[in-house]
Each structure stands twice: as C-alpha cells, then as structure tokens.
Design a protein around this ligand. Structure first.
Ligand code: NAD
Length: 229
C-alpha cells in the first residue's frame, strides 16, 4: 500500500507520514521550500521519500506522480494561510492562497485518479474549520478551504465507487502555522474551544487515517476541532 502526502515535512503532514508508515504504508511526501524541516523529517523518518514539489506547480506535481508506480491513498495537506483584512490583500496574494490550497488539491487529484480508478483508492483533503464557518481576517484562506469541501463532496459522487473522497476540517492545531500567537491570544482562543486546548497534529492524523481506511465513508467532512472555536 502506498500513500502520497503533500506538505509532509512539518505539522499535520509529518504526523500523517508517521502514522501511515506505522500502519505499513510506503510513504512519499512533498514539501515546498523549508529545507531545514525536510532535513529533520528525513532524519526522523528515513523510510519516507521526501520530494520537493510546489503543490501549485503542475510540472513538478506531474513529475512526483510519474515517479510513483501505484497509489492507494492521497492526502492533500499542503496549505498556506494569509492573515489580512480583505482590502489589504493584493490580487497576487489571493491567487497564491487559492493556487496552493485549492489548485494544489486539484492537481494532485488530477494526477492521482488515473492511478486509482482500476484498483480503488482514497483521497483525504485537509480543509479547515474556517472553510465551514469562515474566519475573520482569513477570508481568502476560508474561501480556499470552503472550495476544498465542495470539491470533496463533488468528487465523492464523481469517483464512486472506485475512489472514496473525504475531508477533515481541523480547528486550532499546534503547528508552525499557529506559532505567531501571543500567550494572551492563545488563551483567548483556548477559552472559546469546548475541549479547552489546541489540538495536536497526531489527533488530526488519526482522523485522516480513519477516513482513508473506513471503506463505507465517502463525501464526509470530519471536524477535528475540540468542539469548534
Ligand atoms: P505547516 O505550515 O506546519 O506545514 C505545512 C506543510 O506544507 C509543510 O510541509 C510545507 O513544506 C508544506 N507546504 C506549504 N506550502 C507548500 C506548497 N506550495 N507546496 C508544497 N508543500 C507546501 O502547516 P500545518 O499547520 O501542519 O497545516 C497543514 C494543513 O492543515 C494546511 O492545509 C492547513 O491549512 C491545514 N490546517 C491547519 C490548521 C492549524 O491550526 N494548524 C487548522 C486547519 C487546517
């Protein structure tokens, strides 16, 4: 069994690499430009093949899939956030967020599906709670993650029964993406989460693995958010 995880060098993607590896998968993971993170990830998980490929670069993503003989699970995890009020965002910022988050998922699915149709497979898209409820000052990020949810539901119908397609919608998870919060901001966010804390990357990976493994679930969006924010 083989899994491809985009954005696998840190945070949620790295936790997915660990878990799929432990469950017996051969794992290939992509990353963008964080050479320091990939060195650490290679050191920890020498069995994983880490390939530099920008999720929004069609040629690079095509080459990643050309290097994979077969594929059972695709996890579309690579993503970037952008905190700003909408009027302060340049169109180029909008395009980059949409290109990486939604465009990256599109490209990976486009190349994965021909490898999955005959033998079956599962796709898990890493969306966000903001793609469901909308996040203030993260409007374009929220839009990209909402698009991934619609993409998930449409693909689940289009690709059934051969390929199952589901999504996770994490809440506040302890990763580099949230490292910028002050202690006070963190406490304020934790105060709004029913379970009272940020989630861990491993907790999201467990949900991703469940959706990849459970053969009677498709078209679903599983919140991994401590009850919401
Ligand atoms: P992170 O910043 O710690 O890791 C991101 C990973 O994606 C890294 O491996 C990085 O190399 C890779 N990446 C970034 N841009 C890329 C690109 N253009 N091409 C290929 N790889 C790229 O982030 P994280 O917090 O682990 O987030 C992972 C996913 O989970 C993202 O899609 C994010 O939107 C989503 N998410 C995170 C949270 C959270 O609170 N951390 C909440 C909801 C959703």
């Amino acid at each position: 069994m083989r899994a491809l995880i985009t954005g696998g060098t840190r945070g949620i993607g790295l936790a997915c690499c660990r878990l799929f590896l432990r469950m017996g998968y051969e794992v290939t993971a992509t990353y963008s430009s964080d050479e320091e993170a990939v060195r650490a990830a290679r050191g920890e998980l020498p069995e994983v093949t880490f390939v530099r490929a920008d999720a929004a670069d069609e040629g690079a993503m095509r080459r990643v899939f050309d290097g994979i003989p077969s594929l059972d699970v695709l996890v579309n995890n690579a993503g970037i956030d952008f905190f700003a009020q909408v009027q302060d965002m340049a169109y180029a910022d909008y395009r980059r967020v949409m290109d990486v988050n939604m465009g990256g998922a599109f490209l990976a699915v486009k190349f994965a599906v021909p490898r999955m149709l005959s033998r079956g497979g599962a796709i898990v898209n890493v969306s966000s709670i903001w793609g469901v409820t909308g996040g203030s000052c993260e409007s374009v990020y929220s839009a990209s993650k909402g698009a991934m949810i619609a993409f998930t539901k449409a693909l689940a119908k289009e690709l059934a029964p051969a390929v199952r397609v589901n999504a996770v919608a994490p809440g506040a998870i302890d990763t580099a993406m949230n490292a910028g919060y002050s202690e006070e901001e963190r406490r304020e966010i934790e105060g709004r989460i029913p379970l009272g804390r940020f989630g861990t990357p491993d907790e999201v990976a467990q949900a991703v693995y469940f959706l990849a493994a459970c053969r009677y679930v498709t078209g679903q969006v599983l919140g991994v958010d401590g009850g919401g924010i």
